[in-house]
Design a binder for this molecule. Sequence first.
Ligand code: NAD
Length: 295
Amino acid sequence: MAAAKIIDGRAVAQQVLAEVEDGVSRLRQAGVVPRLATVLVGEDPASRAYVGNKRRTCEQVGIESVHHQLPASTTTEVLLELVRELNEDRAVHGILVQLPLPGRMDTQAVIEAIDPAKDVDGFHPVNLGRLVAGLETFASCTPAGIVELIHRSGFETRGRHVVIVGRSNIVGKPLMNLLVQKSPAGDATVTLCHSATREVAEHTRRADILVAAVGRPGLIRAEMVRPGAVVIDVGINRVEDPDAPRGYRLVGDVDFEAVRERAGAITPVPGGVGPMTVAMLMVNTLKAARRAAGL
Ligand code: NAD
């Protein structure tokens, strides 16, 4: 069998960003400057890199970003106060609090404090609930990016069996709910596997589209994949590599070299789902600004 088609998440993300840029420029002509507030607590290098990347992408598409850097010692109460101020600030359309927060902080309280109308990450229970009900919402960026990537790469979900491995609130659960909606972007039959699933491979082998979102390098081996399947690798894992400039390299949850010999199409890490996540954050921020302007 020929090696899998590589799904180029960077290229697809650039298409989405070009559309956002166009939307932003029309909104600016109407006198509205879309603005995203980013908040980072502490100095975790991966989180700093993610926020930096999001802010650079804002600049690329014409969205203003305002960054709030807080020390690692920040209390939940102080962060909640900042969130309340940003909720009140009419010039701010989207609020992004970079997760994970330091372990002692109450992450759920922070998520629930964000005005659902500014919740561009789509983590607020109101937005998650609306997503489950198939209502207009801010879909969380990674699941929305995965659905967009599948469709823009020419693959259908209608009537297909999608197997998702990983049930987190930010990837697996919202993705399952997007894919089962009665809509051209959904209409899939979904199996959700997790840490208590017995014989994960028996499920993954029946997938037309397999999504891995666990955070464990090499979890998905070639024999777990149906020949010709579309494989979406969400995992981002740092593995030590003395030859790499930073001493580590990024890999996904899929044994890429082996699985590409068997799959029909596969996303690389990096350069697959990651760029789509950031692109969808821009889509959501533009949407929030449009809505705030009553457009
Ligand atoms: P999480 O730790 O919150 O959830 C992991 C899930 O995997 C859990 O639901 C657990 O039940 C399941 N799991 C654990 N071991 C398993 C096993 N052996 N078999 C089946 N399921 C198992 O993780 P998360 O926040 O959803 O992130 C998952 C991965 O995706 C991480 O590597 C993360 O860095 C990455 N991620 C990438 C993006 C992106 O933009 N590309 C966005 C979010 C997360």
